[in-house]
Design a protein around this ligand. Structure first.
Ligand code: SF4
Ligand code: SF4
Length: 388
């Protein structure tokens, strides 16, 4: 009996933060201790197999598990210890609270991460409108934009060099900030996940999980949860629309850059040129994906995820939505008097999107991919408790 008491005290001390820091991590560690004894949800996702390799949950372990969680809700709806049970186990919520902290803990520079975490939606919209106003005033200072000849295109309003000078610093800063954040995250995760080096098979397995969003299938292929305990594949499909839509738009911009510098062909590119086809396909996909995810987000079960994180999620979705909507509108209103104003809005949306990429949901996609990669590496190593 005394031995049992001692074990209980030791377990509680661990869960109370002997090796974890902050209330969010402490709570996630407490819940992982309960799950490790129960293990009912082992087949749902990558979190539970990774959890069973551990008896203690230090800060790096909790950051790792939190970024493996896809917030699918399956373990909440299956759990006999979920609220109102006294154990109050809500793994998706506990993990979401840690996850949002990882974006600020690893953000570079840290004050920008904190600002975006608290006011994501406001910061995104304020940035978008501020930049749009700035571009509109800059455009007015060059003369009346409505007098620009219809055939002059975008470069008749903002010359190509001006656009490069405006966008290159934002893009480079965003890439640097993201790179710094992921480097710090990776450095913390590696020793906590066996320290073994990357292998090709681990990279292929992780890429498959990322590209298919495997862990939004609920572990059985029927999908995850949104507003209730029914399974749905809509979240997974809409994430796919958003993710591949973003990639197609990025590909359109990259191909257009090659057209400009390598082939000497200046924008705008007409249908059915490759940049146009990629851009329109990406824009429509992004529009459908973000509108659908926004709708699901408004109807989300209150126990899923972390309510305090919603402004950040919605800020990112809003910027993606405005970027795709204004890009498509720009195409449709070419040669009309509305084009200069829509161009300002589109450029402002793209710039605000890139400026905030390292601090919100986009960073979460990169951190999650890094966690999945470390998970696939760790899975290939013998567990501490495996028989020799
Ligand atoms: S979430 Fe609940 S049911 Fe699932 S492993 Fe944890 S305690 Fe068990
Ligand atoms: S919410 Fe889904 S992804 Fe997250 S731990 Fe539970 S089952 Fe796994």
């Amino acid at each position: 009996m005394q031995a049992l008491d001692a074990l209980t005290r030791a377990a509680r001390a661990l869960a109370d933060g002997a090796r974890v820091s902050g209330p969010a991590q402490t709570e996630a560690a407490r819940q992982m201790q309960i799950c490790n004894a129960c293990r009912y949800c082992e087949g749902f996702c990558a979190v539970f197999p990774a959890m069973t390799r551990r008896l203690e949950f230090g800060k790096a372990d909790i950051h790792f598990l939190a970024n493996l969680c896809h917030d699918c809700g399956a373990c909440l709806h299956a759990c006999q210890y979920a609220p109102p049970h006294a154990f109050a186990v809500n793994v998706p919520q506990a993990m979401a609270r840690v996850r949002v902290q990882t974006y600020t803990d690893y953000a570079w520079p840290p004050p920008l991460g904190k600002l975006y975490q608290r006011n994501g939606l406001t910061v995104s919209l304020a940035l978008l409108l501020g930049l749009a106003l700035f571009l509109f005033l800059a455009m007015l200072s060059q003369g009346a934009p409505w007098n620009v000849p219809a055939g002059a295109g975008f470069y008749g309003i903002f010359p190509h060099t001006v656009l490069v000078l405006l966008f290159a610093p934002v893009f480079l800063f965003s890439t640097l900030a993201l790179g710094m954040g992921v480097r710090r995250f990776w450095r913390d995760l590696t020793p906590a996940t066996s320290g073994a080096p990357l292998t090709r098979s681990a990279a292929v397995q992780a890429a498959d999980a990322v590209l298919r969003l495997k862990y939004l299938d609920g572990g059985h292929g029927a999908g995850c949860h949104n507003e209730d305990d029914a399974h749905t594949l809509s979240r997974r499909r809409l994430h796919h629309c958003t993710f591949y839509g973003f990639l197609l738009c990025f590909a359109a911009t990259s191909v257009a850059t090659l057209y400009h510098y390598v082939l000497g062909l200046a924008a705008p590119y007409d249908w059915p040129s490759l940049p146009k086809v990629l851009g329109v396909a990406g824009g429509v996909s992004l529009l459908v994906g973000t509108a659908g995810l926004g709708w699901l987000n408004l109807r989300r079960h209150p126990l899923h995820g972390d309510a305090a994180q919603k402004p950040m999620d919605r800020g990112f979705m809003a910027l993606l939505f405005f970027t795709s909507a204004s890009g498509l509108a720009l195409w449709l209103c070419r040669g009309t008097p509305a084009m200069p104003l829509v161009l300002c809005l589109h450029l402002a949306a793209v710039m605000a999107l890139f400026a905030t990429l390292p601090y919100g949901k986009f960073a979460h996609g990169i951190f999650r991919s890094a966690a999945l990669l470390r998970h696939c590496v760790e899975q290939r190593q013998p567990g501490k408790w495996d028989a020799p």
